[in-house]
Ligand binder design. Sequence first.
Ligand SMILES: *Cc1c(COP(=O)(O)O)cnc(C)c1O
Length: 392
Amino acid sequence: MTSKYQPDTVLTHAGRDPSANHGVVNPPVYHASTILFDTMDDLAKGYAERYAHYTYGRTGTPTSHAFETAVAALEGAHAAVSAPSGLSAVAIALDSFTKAGDHVLVVDAAYGPTRDYCDKVLSRHGVTVEYYDPLIGGDIDGLIRDETRVIFMESPGSLTFEIQDVPAIAAVAKARGVVTMIDNTWATPLFFKPFDHGVDISVHAATKYMVGHADAMMGVVCCATRDLFMAVKSQAHLQGICAGPDDLYLAQRGLRSMAVRLRHHQQSALEVARWLQDRKEVARVLHPALPDDPGHTLWSRDFTGSSGLFSVVLNPYDRKAVNRMVDDMDLFGIGFSWGGYESLIMPQSPERSRTATIWQGEGPLLRLHIGLEDVEDLKRDLAAGFERLGKG
Ligand SMILES: *Cc1c(COP(=O)(O)O)cnc(C)c1O
């Protein structure tokens, strides 16, 4: 579905129908398990056109429909399927297209729990998982086997922010009959449009920028065509995947302000990233919107913006020094996830979760999420942290 409206307008209006709801602006929260039918004929019709009607709470309600419709409109998807977390969205996307004996190619820089799912669940179900270099581009052709069913991408990569040549990979996959999926959480549909680059399935941890306030878990799988949607929707149905109504409501509410928030995250993150480049404690800043980043050329070609998450590689410092810096930050919180309104800092070890490539930093890596605080306050907090880092 493509919209005649610009993304900011789609975000404001998609998935809402006030006239069906007494004029109330926001869609109501339907708490539902049982859905009643007037007659047995109605029940039969509901089941014949299974996903076009509400038949049972688990398969969809007006509340899930509101969120899914809004995300699908923004992403330009045929339709979307919500899930109770980003990881469950990744899992049902992979499960929808794989069976025992199949081979899947997964980017080496994938989100850690995505790798865990592949290694600990897909492989137990007889699927062979092979990791590939994020920079492989069209050369991925050489890794495709007769049994290859799926190529999974994530761009930029988790923790290290490599940009993949998504159109090159999607073109090769299409020629070889392989389904392509991307984890598009970092860019959101506002800054990267997977379907314009030939990708089949786009997965989001809506927990991050869609929810946007660090107060709900949510996932969503966007599907380019009806066939792909039916495969994912029936997989979710078979597995009993359904998100809770209050969290679906929070996710669709978060969407309404996502564009405004993201522009602020983008601007502040770039400002902090540039400032970090000039610090003597910093060896490298991993942020694809910076002109000297190795991924910058591909990022400029394919993306229309950058979000608030990036990493810095420090010069060599020991763990105690890093902990001195991180433990006493005033504004940056230590915690998993990101995409909320608040800033976060987290030491990470990407070298531990690579198998196809070797990742080596000059020193420890810190992942930063730049929130909506005043950017000068954030820089002062980081500067004070660097003072602690250097005192040993
Ligand atoms: C957080 C995250 C996920 C998982 O989302 P949850 O909602 O935490 O399950 C998936 N992919 C990426 C890139 C993430 O950052």
